[in-house]
Design a protein around this ligand. Structure first.
Ligand SMILES: *[C@@H]1O[C@H](CO)[C@@H](O)[C@H](O)[C@H]1NC(C)=O
Ligand SMILES: *[C@@H]1O[C@H](CO)[C@@H](O)[C@H](O)[C@H]1NC(C)=O
Ligand SMILES: *[C@@H]1O[C@H](CO)[C@@H](O)[C@H](O)[C@H]1NC(C)=O
Length: 410
């Protein structure tokens, strides 16, 4: 009676009391939920698979959500992914009535007491489960006994890269999983049937690559130890050409062009032309070794090898051309009237200047001396056209060929 009097005199107490009541009742359902699970687990055998009593395999639905898709490493032939691996199966032994619609098991010891599929990744090199700030594990059971088991993993997976067309290549990589110990009469894997099996974060950026295609496959692995159910997720990737265009192709084009400067220098400018030729050759070698370091030592010829090879030949050719020109410029001529007998086209012969010969005191055409310098100059003039022209023709073949091939395979 006294209580009621207090309530009527202090009306604000009513909501407070109601809140207290709901809080207490919530606490109670939670407590009973854990008790219920503990009770279920008393006669639960973790070694028996959920459908053991029905004599059929347990169906495990798998979904992958990709947070990141790391760059493909050509040198190591692998790639790194960060994903949520979600597995779902029905364990009717865990079904309960009443209580909460679903129950999340947090206690790691309790988690261990529940049967889980022994999924492993066939092509994994390195794997880790994230444990910051707590192990990233979600284990949820609902009233019908459906278990959702989600893990956050970082995996480094092998991917056999084919580099014949590098850097115009396209690659196919996959994530393969299956059961390690349970044959297909115990576990049967399926890709997630209620929605998308592979979910890829929209903002995902794969360095140097475009993700062209993704698809899933269910498979059975036949081994000497038995037949195992497994899943495969396939990814088709195409390399973006921008990076190598900026880092490799443009610098090498510039180096090759610089080696042509030599054709405009005097045939007798030995220090200038030798240092130009040797420097460009060395720079190209350094660039090539830098590229080689990021690639595995495969025995076949790659598209980049063709390019570097031709650039080397161009630069080396310019150096050889100088050697020849310098030899001509210094070789004594047997018959000094030779240039007048053999007429070169005007574009090669140029317009020799008339110079005063200080000794003979007469005018003579420059270049028509006692050596073959006239011819040396002609060779230089020819090279000014032949070298850039040859390089241009090579480019006109190289680029369309590899770009078309890249589009054809991906
Ligand atoms: C348990 O979860 C599964 C899958 O999400 C669902 O199909 C089923 O209806 C749920 N059962 C209950 C009782 O909520
Ligand atoms: C993966 O494939 C699905 C279906 O083929 C497609 O809808 C989705 O856009 C693809 N995702 C990416 C990131 O390409
Ligand atoms: C595995 O599958 C093959 C056919 O795919 C079958 O012949 C063989 O008996 C199976 N082995 C086991 C242990 O089930």
């Amino acid at each position: 009676m006294a209580n009621l009097l207090v309530l009527s005199s202090q009306p604000w107490l009513i909501p407070l009391l109601l809140w207290l009541l709901t809080a207490v009742s919530a606490l109670q359902t939670h407590a009973t939920q854990k008790e219920r699970i503990l009770q279920i687990l008393q006669d639960y055998d973790v070694n028996e698979w959920p459908d053991f009593q029905y004599g059929r395999p347990t169906v495990v639905d798998v979904q992958m959500y990709f947070n990141s898709f790391g760059s493909l490493s050509a040198a190591n032939m692998d790639f790194t992914i960060d994903l949520f691996l979600r597995q779902r199966w029905r364990d009717q032994r865990l079904a309960y009535s009443g209580g909460l619609p679903s129950y999340t098991i947090i206690d790691p010891q309790l988690q261990q007491k529940i049967w889980k599929p022994d999924t492993f990744f066939d092509n994994v090199k390195q794997a880790s489960l994230h444990t910051v700030t707590v192990p990233n594990v979600l284990l949820r059971v609902n009233q019908s006994g459906d278990v959702l088991y989600s893990l956050r993993l970082t995996l480094t997976l092998t991917c056999a890269l084919e580099l014949e067309l590098f850097p115009f290549d396209a690659q196919r990589c996959f994530v393969k999983l299956s059961s390690y110990a349970h044959m297909d009469n115990v576990i049967k894997y399926y890709w997630w049937r209620q929605g998308k099996a592979l979910e890829i974060d929209e903002n995902i950026e794969i360095s140097q690559f475009d993700l062209l295609e993704n698809y899933t496959e269910e498979r059975t692995v036949v081994l000497t130890t038995g037949n195992f159910s497994g899943l495969t997720a396939h990814f088709a990737l195409r390399r973006q050409n921008g990076y190598h265009l900026l880092q490799t192709y443009i610098p090498t084009i510039l180096i090759v062009s610089i080696s042509w400067v030599s054709f405009w220098l005097d045939p007798n400018a030995v220090p200038g032309r030798v240092s130009l030729g040797v420097t460009t050759l060395l720079t190209l070698t350094t660039l090539a070794s830098g590229i080689r370091q990021s690639l595995p030592p495969v025995s076949y010829v790659k598209a980049i090898d063709v390019w570097i090879g031709v650039c080397m030949i161009m630069v080396f050719g310019a150096l050889l051309e100088f050697t020849f020109v310098n030899y001509l410029a210094n070789k004594k001529m047997v018959d000094s009237r030779l240039p007048e007998i053999i007429h070169l086209p005007r574009c090669l012969a140029g317009y020799p200047e008339i110079v005063e010969d200080p000794i003979a005191g007469e005018q003579k055409k420059e270049g028509y001396g006692s050596t073959y310098i006239f011819y040396a100059r002609a060779v230089d003039r020819l090279s000014r056209i032949v070298f850039p022209g040859g390089f241009l023709i090579f480019n006109l073949i190289y680029w369309p060929y590899y770009i078309i091939l890249q589009r054809a395979i991906a």
